[in-house]
Design a protein around this ligand. Structure first.
Ligand code: IPE
Ligand code: IPE
Ligand code: MG
Length: 248
């Protein structure tokens, strides 16, 4: 996959670009409530914004973008809000699929589709099929995704496959996760200021760099994305080691 982009950017090149960026898109409800609008208006505004962030990822050379759109715990929200979120996913596929496919975006899904309306499941499968050979940017949509659910699912599949205990390694577990074949996220961004993981990529994020900003998701634009990437470029990733070993 090419990490280069043909898009002209007015920003200077980044000294280091994360291959895989994951975003907890939070704060839609508060964005709407501050404007006296229903929470669903915040979710709508949040999807408009997604287009800008996808373009920004292409422009800045990110290879994989994983976005948290609906958690396994979000089923606990009022029925109308859950339905609104399903309708919004459907609307995004209906409205954006052609353009995303033309721009070279490969769409994938992580999580469990079974509980979604049949028509929506079909649309998701169709979008995945249509874009599967695209290589410009992989966009993984985490919808009905939970990190714990993912691990339970992996353990069940490993047992079902009759894999003996001594063959279970981190690499093997990785290959049973919804993200199998993808590198771990380098940078996890959470908007709206909440300092928690909320069951997102709990295995894969073991050594991710975290970036939290107070901006609510519908206001998170290309400049905000750029700021997050600049922070990342300045971080020292040690992975448990030391950067300047003593010579003693
Ligand atoms: C994030 O925005 C979108 C989803 C969880 C689906 P929220 O709906 O959580 O917005 P806040 O956190 O209530 O502001
Ligand atoms: C996390 O946000 C889930 C998504 C962004 C889809 P939530 O708003 O659901 O998380 P909590 O409840 O604040 O932890
Ligand atoms: Mg929230």
């Amino acid at each position: 996959m090419s990490t280069k982009t043909e898009m002209i950017s007015e920003y200077p090149p980044l000294t280091r670009v994360p291959r895989h960026v994951a975003i907890i898109m939070d704060g839609n409800g508060r964005w709407a409530q501050r404007r006296g609008l229903p929470r669903s208006a915040g979710h709508e505004a949040g999807t408009e914004n997604l287009r800008r962030v996808i373009r920004g990822c292409v422009e800045f050379g990110v290879e994989i973008l994983t976005i948290y759109a609906f958690s396994t715990e979000n089923w606990g929200r009022p029925r109308w809000e859950v339905q609104a979120l399903m309708r919004i996913l459907e609307g995004v596929i209906d409205k954006e699929l052609g353009e995303l496919a033309a721009e070279g975006v490969q769409l994938r899904h992580i999580g469990v589709l079974d509980r979604l309306p049949g028509k929506l499941q079909d649309k998701v499968h169709r979008a995945i099929e249509l874009t599967k050979n695209n290589t410009r940017l992989i966009v993984n949509i985490a919808f009905n995704y939970g990190g714990r659910d993912e691990i339970v699912h992996a353990v069940q599949a490993i047992i079902r496959d009759g894999i003996p205990a001594e063959e279970i390694t981190e690499t093997l577990i990785n290959s049973y996760l919804y993200t199998a074949g993808l590198p771990d996220p380098d940078l996890i961004i959470r908007t709206s200021g909440e300092l928690r993981v909320s069951n997102f990529l709990i295995w894969q994020g073991a050594y991710a760099e975290y970036y939290v900003c107070s901006t609510l998701w519908p206001d998170f634009d290309r400049d905000e994305l750029r700021k997050a990437l600049e922070h990342y470029a300045r971080r020292e990733r040690r992975f448990g080691k030391v950067s300047t070993p003593d010579l003693a």
